[in-house]
Every structure is written in structure tokens, then in C-alpha cells.
Design a protein around this ligand. Structure first.
Ligand code: BG6
Ligand code: MG
Length: 214
């Protein structure tokens, strides 16, 4: 019996991966190495500092913590210059419709995102009021694949984990949902997200009936 849906943000409700990519790529170029779209796949669902560590590993660069924090801040400023300009028409196809359908069926809705910029994005997309609970990167101490972000969402909604479904585009996010004893719908490729209970290419393929059959 499904009583709540918990949504990841980046890659599920909105395609912010390309903004992250532009900002990380600019940083890599400054440091003197190439950063490709394929490399960018490794950063999906991963926290900002861990993303920087992966980027530096790709470039074969080591540096002190203080310098790393400066670079992460600079990348985030570049990234924020894009997201602060976002408009509701950047919501991915089907997301608004599916959320409205869930509301009609009295299903609770939470956000479970690693991003510390989630509130800015939800506000720009005018989606904030749809969520009964919002858990973002400012509220968790353990990164996905740890289930903390989703468990906190379920707790705030007062719904047992086994009655929750998570929507995720990152492998670490699917693992986190399953580790939290929740069902999971993967958004993306079955090759990457095969562990999920169902894999679809986007929320435009989702509806209440499919949810009830999970
Ligand atoms: C996740 C993204 O949602 O948030 C990652 O998939 C990103 O790519 C992470 O690194 C942290 O985001 P932010 O906005 O706090 O830098
Ligand atoms: Mg994501």
C-alpha cells in the first residue's frame, strides 16, 4: 500500500545536470584538464565536495582542504548563476501532472535531494508548496547510498518506509531507497538502475495505476 512518494530533484523533476556540467567543466579547464559529459555521469547524486574530489581525481590533482573549499564555492557561484534564472517551463515533462494526480489520490509528497540549492530551485519552479516535506543537502549528514535523506522524509511525513516509493535517477539513490526498505522507480537507463522495482525514462511515463502495481 503506497501512501507517500519521495522525489529526488536533480534529474527527476528538473534537468540541472547540464548546469552542474558547465560549472564543473569551467573549473576543470581553469585547472588545465578536460572534463567530459561521461565524467559528469559520475557526479550524479553525489555531494558537492565529493564531486570535487572525483573531478580532481580525473585531473590527477591533489590540493589542500582550504583550496578545495574555495574551488567548491566558486563552482557553486557559477552554478547558482544558472539556477537563479530558471523558469517553471524547465520542469521535466510529466512531473507536474504526476504530482497533481498524486495529490488527487491523497498521496503525501516529499523531496529527498543531496543538493544544498534545492530550495532555490523549487522556488524558481514554483513547486515548493506542493511538498509536504522537504529534505535537502542542508538537513542530512550521510550521503546517498545511505538512506538517511529518504528516511528523514518518511519520518517527517509520518509514513512507514515500506509505504513509500522513491523516484531516483542516480544509482546511489536507488541503492539508498532500497536500503531504507522503500520501493524505488528509477528514472533513466535500466542498465544503470536495474535494481529499481521499475525503470522509466521520465515522469511522463508514470501514473497512479503504475504506482499501485509496484
Ligand atoms: C545532487 C546532484 O542532486 O546534488 C549532484 O545530482 C550534486 O550532481 C548534488 O553534486 C549537490 O548539489 P549542490 O547543489 O549542493 O552543489
Ligand atoms: Mg538526481
Amino acid at each position: 500500500m503506497i501512501k507517500a512518494c519521495i522525489f529526488d530533484l536533480d534529474g527527476v523533476i528538473v534537468d540541472t545536470a547540464r548546469y552542474h556540467f558547465i560549472a564543473w567543466k569551467a573549473l576543470a579547464e581553469e585547472l588545465g584538464f578536460e572534463f567530459t559529459e561521461k565524467d559528469n555521469e559520475r557526479l550524479k547524486g553525489v555531494s558537492r565536495m565529493r564531486s570535487l574530489d572525483i573531478l580532481l581525481e580525473i585531473g590527477g590533482i591533489e590540493m589542500e582542504q582550504e583550496k578545495k573549499e574555495e574551488l567548491a564555492t566558486r563552482k557553486n557561484e557559477h552554478y547558482r548563476s544558472f539556477i537563479t534564472q530558471m523558469k517553471p517551463d524547465e520542469i521535466l515533462p510529466g512531473a507536474t501532472e504526476f504530482i497533481k494526480e498524486l495529490k488527487q489520490h491523497s498521496i503525501k509528497i516529499a523531496l529527498g535531494s543531496a543538493s544544498k540549492n534545492a530550495m532555490t530551485i523549487l522556488d524558481r519552479l514554483q513547486l515548493t508548496d506542493w511538498f509536504d516535506a522537504i529534505i535537502d543537502g542542508t538537513k542530512v549528514s550521510q550521503a546517498k547510498p545511505d538512506p538517511e535523506v529518504f528516511l528523514k522524509g518518511a519520518e517527517e511525513l509520518e509514513i512507514a518506509p515500506e509505504n513509500c516509493v522513491v523516484f531516483e535517477d542516480a544509482e546511489a539513490g536507488v541503492e539508498a531507497a532500497l536500503a531504507g526498505n522503500m520501493k524505488c522507480v528509477g528514472i533513466g537507463s535500466p542498465q544503470v538502475l536495474g535494481q529499481a522495482n521499475l525503470v522509466i525514462s521520465g515522469l511522463h511515463e508514470m501514473n497512479f495505476e503504475k504506482l499501485a502495481n509496484l
